[in-house]
Design a protein around this ligand. Structure first.
Ligand code: FRU
Length: 494
């Protein structure tokens, strides 16, 4: 019965997608190589998994229009993480516990169990007494068609936890036991709750894995947990923690007690548009993460979701990043190597002398490109280096590397007549001989990696095609740029 109900909702949504997708594909703000949905609204990455020879991305999805509402799970598969094939929606709101216009099938994760693909997600509903969130299960034999478990919900909020803040289960297996961490809010403080199960269906509370003492907000969205080398990593997107959007902590974990002891906290990304990252493991063992390229309206630096709703869509993922650990235990986030396969039209220079006079740089068509270089700090005496990206028609996005204040900024106040704000972070320059810079530009976004991939800014901008020029200059002296390399990046959503 319930199976048919969900199928009806999925069929209805698929019809809508079929009717609109060709039109939406023509939108001039559509990305060339960042993952997007075919129509409508996309937010968090969900259920990321390598399963039976393919990468599966699921995503928070409203197929009907370019705003958040009525959450479904979209679904796509890929052999290479770069080119994607869309599959029918995996989940649609259909049951008492997940069928609400301002609710639905919220974020969650995927795992293989018993030869099937299992999804664990948050059902969000409202029965007249506030929003209620519970954890639910769905499974599939073929990895395409899913069925909700008749025993749903498998978990309700424990005593003392706000029932509207109990969500985003992330599941993994250790030895013969399944574990799940989810975000919760207890007495105004954020917590990561840990549960255990032997069969993926019956779950028991284990411990409060980690919690905010106020410094990390009142609720953690999209908690994630995984081993890295000898250590463990906890990631979360905090609500009520100022400008922070995506945090990682590195520490030790004890499977005997279910407690995580954090030694280090850091920022996964300093930009305006990096939220709710989820991790998964590639078949070669790499730990990859994918984040949603936007932020919520409750965040202090939020402007809006951008103008793409006019084209009937909104939302994309930032490119997958590989997580690596430095010797001191802090983390680096490197663009996944797979994106090297779409490089074309290479440009290269061993050395570029940069002065106060603007110099033009070449990179692909100036819209969809990748750019890498190093600033030689020993040979540079300038106070700062400025890079103008997506320049033209009197507009540009300015990246400023200020060596005096050790600040890196990305200014989008002149980007496109729409976007606003300056994202800022501190560069770690002490004892460094060079500063590495790596940029991914797509139709509607810029991802900038610097400082050994520890200092990253993802910002959406909605520049026109004629904003396709790239300039560099120095202030207060000269700068030496070396190992300059750039490429155009190919179309993955043709
Ligand atoms: C994070 C989030 C999740 C929730 C989902 C709803 O961006 O708010 O906590 O499950 O989005 O779409």
């Amino acid at each position: 019965m319930s199976k048919e109900l969900m199928q009806e909702k999925i069929t209805k949504a698929q019809k809508e997608i079929e009717a609109k997708k060709d039109m939406i594909k023509m939108g001039r703000m559509r990305q060339h190589y960042h993952f997007m949905a075919q129509t409508g609204w996309l937010n968090d990455p969900n259920g990321l998994i390598y399963y039976k020879g393919k990468y599966h991305f699921f995503f928070q999805y409203n197929p009907y229009y370019g705003f958040w509402d009525y959450m479904h799970w979209g679904h796509a598969v890929s052999g290479d993480l770069v080119h994607w094939e869309y599959l029918p929606l995996a989940l649609a709101p259909s049951e008492e516990y997940d069928d609400h216009m301002r609710g639905g099938c919220f974020s969650g994760s995927a795992i293989e169990h018993d030869g099937k693909l299992f999804l664990m997600y948050t059902g969000t509903t409202h029965n007249g007494q506030g929003y209620e969130q519970t954890q639910c299960i769905a499974y599939s034999e073929d990895g395409i068609h899913f069925e909700k478990y008749a025993g749903n919900p498998v978990l309700t909020a424990p005593e003392g936890v706000a029932k509207e803040h109990f969500r985003d289960p992330k599941v993994w297996k250790h030895e013969d036991t399944y574990y799940m961490v989810c975000g919760a809010s207890r007495e105004g403080r954020a917590q990561a709750l840990l549960y255990r199960s032997k069969d993926m269906l019956h779950w028991n509370f284990f411990n409060v894995m980690a919690e905010s003492r106020g410094e990390w907000g009142f609720m953690w969205e999209c908690t994630d947990f995984y081993p890295l080398g000898e250590k463990y990593v906890l990631m979360f997107s905090p609500m009520g923690s100022g400008e922070h959007t995506a945090i990682y902590q590195v520490g030790d974990f004890d499977y005997g007690t279910g407690r995580f002891y954090a030694h280090i906290s850091g920022e996964i990304d300093w930009g305006f548009d990096y939220y709710a990252p989820q991790s998964f493991q590639a078949p070669d063992g790499r730990r990859l993460i994918v984040g949603w390229a936007n932020e919520w309206e409750w965040m202090p630096l939020w402007k809006d979701w951008g103008p793409t709703y006019r084209e009937g869509w909104c939302g994309f993922f930032n490119i997958p990043r590989e997580v690596r650990m430095m010797e001191d235990g802090s983390l680096q986030f490197l663009p996944a190597a797979e994106f090297q396969t779409i490089r074309k039209n290479p440009e290269q220079a061993d050395m570029i002398l940069v002065s106060e006079e603007e110099k033009e740089l070449a990179a692909g068509d100036g819209v969809s490109f990748e750019l890498k270089f190093k600033i030689d700090l020993e040979e540079t005496d300038a106070r700062s280096v400025e890079l103008s990206l997506r320049s033209g028609e009197g507009k540009r996005t300015v990246c400023l590397f200020d060596f005096k204040t050790a600040e890196f900024r990305v200014d989008r106040n002149e980007s496109d007549g729409w976007s606003r704000g300056i994202s800022r972070s501190v560069m770690y320059l002490k004892g460094k001989k060079e500063l590495d810079v790596h940029i991914f530009s797509d139709q509607s976004s810029l991802e900038i990696f610097t400082d050994r991939y520890q200092n990253n800014h993802s910002n959406n901008i909605f520049a026109s095609d004629s904003q396709n020029r790239l300039w560099i200059r120095a202030y207060g002296g000269k700068a030496v740029v070396k190992e300059y390399e750039s490429w155009g990046l190919g179309e993955c959503f043709a």
